[in-house]
Design a protein around this ligand. Sequence first.
Ligand SMILES: [Zn+2]
Length: 109
Amino acid sequence: MGLLDKIKPQKPIVRPADLSLDDAGALNIRWDDGKESTFPAKWLRARCPCAECVEEWSGKRVVGDEQVAPDVKPRGMQQVGNYAIRLDWSDGHSTGIYSWDYLLKLRDG
Ligand SMILES: [Zn+2]
């Protein structure tokens, strides 16, 4: 493998072509690689990547499936720059920024 192969991006960045919240509060994403994702509201809230939900210094999750209310839903969604969305949750939590990279990781496991 030559130097140029090493500095080239490993794979093209996949981005959402369309994002929407459905009646159940699930986040639906149609990706520009043709795949579609549905992230259930509670599942997504329990995976909030912010510093209140994940301890920054240890990476340990402190707000997860057990701490999140079963009926939590997003009240709104705001785009952040061209790389992420911020979800405003019904439990008053609104600091979670979900980047395309992060959502892609959730999608692909
Ligand atoms: Zn959070």
